[in-house]
Design a protein around this ligand. Structure first.
Ligand code: MSP
Length: 538
């Protein structure tokens, strides 16, 4: 396991979070990307038999959400309620996201605790009142440094624009409360130094270290020009800055100041997953807030790259957000989950390409994997009436498959479970699938089937058992990524007990071979990955 900023307590859950998303609009592909990654990571650890906690939710306060609701002519609370119930939660269900909690920042269980946290900081002298004037991007909900701004183009030609949203910034002048962030630069640098894996990938770590080395400014943590937020307890004319409120969800959702036992066995997160656009909030402000209140720091801050459209970050603000359902209706939910993680190296930017997805679906999912499952089931049906025979004549070729599976299990476990190298882990499993296909081509069971002697039958039984057992292992290994097709394959193989149960977890122990019992009933179900229809005009 990668070193973490805090030692692991006995009985502590493996705690993973996604960002909590702004509900200024419906979710798009970029949001789905981080959420799916967190789901695969937590399903992997659950399948290892670990106690796991996966948190996601929505970030509902602040100017960004307020402006959208106002433009729609409804209250921000009504707007959030509608979007959360009609868009966000249903999409996560559709995408098979197995989150353990969904936190909404407008819930009292969150806002009461946020007030207490901030009051504590105030009592400790970590917060003071001051004034600030500077450029503010509502899209980012962040004051920008003048040097970060770009000169706009097109509609905004000549104006100072946000480097991410490419829209003009507002100049805000406010009397605010400030958190003494500037006191934490050296402590943060010491933490990064002592915990080299705290920020991932390396490029993200370097960016943060360089940023903090330049010196930190105190952070404005309140707003008084609008009231869509959590009031500051000692001065209710101010609301808490939306980012401070939002970051605290990682503590309030797991029992901070409310359920000590839950808190002690869950907090801090082992992995905070987020896009690189919000890296500094998580790698600088969040740990500084925790240090200021004497709480333990998370294990890892892991930033994913951007999904790009036309070379730019896909986003609703830039009108390039793709609705995930447009993609699942064509490729299916499992393939969608698979492609996001298989197609793009986690931590790097990548373009979502319909053509690339189509090509990989056809060659890897339909031809390599889906066909293997259908062929094996068809042969057990044809030659053994659907009752899986036992393997009694293992030779060199079978031993090669056993050894290769043990290696594949270890590699996928390390890459997906520990290194967050989802692409590498998935490719390792698909290399194994290719090897099993090669094994069948080499062993030519259709020729062996012509030999009716006891030796011939034993050989045929061994080949088909080996292929079926290899497939069972693949179903377990791909279960966190593609739970629906893994379940279907599991049922076709007549494997028991339920996928995800203890015996399936044991599959992750290297060398666990031979768990499919002889005599299991193999059925040929529908194709795991049917041929794609022609692409609908998009
Ligand atoms: N509300 C804040 C997060 C608070 S967390 C305490 C926020 N919300 S957001 O709705 O803008 O979502 C940002 C996150 O969505 C990114 O960090 C990333 O995880 C995901 N993505 C949104 N667009 C994306 C891409 N185009 N590509 C990859 N991920 C993207 O920021």
């Amino acid at each position: 396991m990668t070193a973490t900023g805090s030692e692991k307590l006995d009985g502590k859950a493996f705690y993973v979070s996604s960002p909590i998303y702004y509900v200024n609009d419906a979710p798009h592909l970029g949001h789905a990307y981080t959420t799916v990654a967190g789901d695969v990571l937590t399903r992997w650890h659950r399948q290892r038999g670990e106690k796991v906690w996966y948190l996601t939710g929505t970030d509902e306060y602040g100017q960004k959400v307020l402006r959208t609701a106002t433009a729609k002519g409804i209250t921000p609370q009504e707007w959030c309620d509608k979007l959360v119930e009609e868009e966000w939660k249903p999409l996560w269900k559709h995408l098979e996201i197995a989150n353990d909690d969904f936190l909404r920042t407008t819930q009292k269980r969150h806002s009461d605790r946020v007030r207490e946290f901030v009051q504590d900081l105030y009592d400790k002298g970590e917060i003071y009142k001051g004034g600030y004037e500077g450029p503010y991007c509502v899209g980012c909900e962040e004051y920008k440094l003048p040097g970060e701004l770009l000169i706009g183009e097109g509609e905004y030609a000549g104006e100072k624009v946000c480097p991410i949203h490419k829209r003009p910034v507002d100049i805000l002048k406010e009397e605010n409360y400030f958190f003494r962030l500037s006191d934490y630069g050296d402590k943060l640098l010491a933490h990064y130094e002592a915990n080299p894996d705290f920020i991932q990938p390396e490029s993200a770590r370097n960016e943060v270290v360089n940023f903090v080395r330049q010196g930190l400014q105190d952070l404005s943590i309140s707003r008084s020009t609008f009231d869509w937020g959590i009031p500051i307890p000692w001065d209710e004319k101010h609301v808490i800055y939306v980012w401070v409120d939002a970051l605290l969800n990682y503590a309030t959702a797991v029992g901070y100041n409310d359920n000590q036992e839950k808190f002690d066995t869950t907090f801090p997160a082992d992995v905070h997953l987020l896009g690189k656009d919000i890296l500094r909030f998580h790698a600088v402000i969040w740990p500084a807030l925790l240090m200021a209140n004497g709480l333990r720091l998370p294990g890892r801050i892991a930033a994913n790259g951007w999904l790009l459209v036309g070379g730019e970050k896909m986003s609703k603000t830039n009108l390039t957000g793709i609705n995930p359902r447009e993609i699942t209706s064509h490729f299916g939910v499992d393939a969608f989950r698979w492609y996001l993680l298989r197609g793009i190296a986690f931590g790097q930017d990548g373009s979502f390409s319909w053509e690339d997805f189509t090509a990989r679906y056809t060659s890897e999912l339909a031809n390599d994997y889906g066909n293997l499952a259908s062929r094996v089931a068809a042969m057990v049906g044809r030659y053994f009436d659907g009752a899986l025979p036992g393997a009694t004549a293992d030779g060199e070729a079978e031993k090669a498959i056993h050894d290769s599976l043990a290696k594949t299990v270890a590699e996928a476990d390390r890459k997906i479970g520990d290194d967050l190298d989802f692409q590498g882990g998935i490719l390792a499993v698909f290399d194994f699938v290719k090897q099993v296909n090669g094994y069948i081509s080499d062993q030519e069971p259709w020729k062996v089937a012509k030999d009716d002697s006891p030796e011939g039958r034993a050989r045929l039984a061994t080949i088909l058992y080996t292929a079926a057992e290899a497939l069972r292992a693949v179903a377990v290994l791909l279960n966190p990524v593609m739970p629906l097709s893994s379940q279907r394959l599991w049922e076709c193989l007549g494997a028991e007990p339920a996928l995800g149960s203890l015996s399936a977890q044991k599959m992750l122990e290297a060398g666990a071979w031979g768990r499919l019992p002889a005599g299991a009933t193999i059925t040929k179900g529908a194709n795991l990955f049917p041929r794609l229809e022609e692409k609908p005009s998009a």
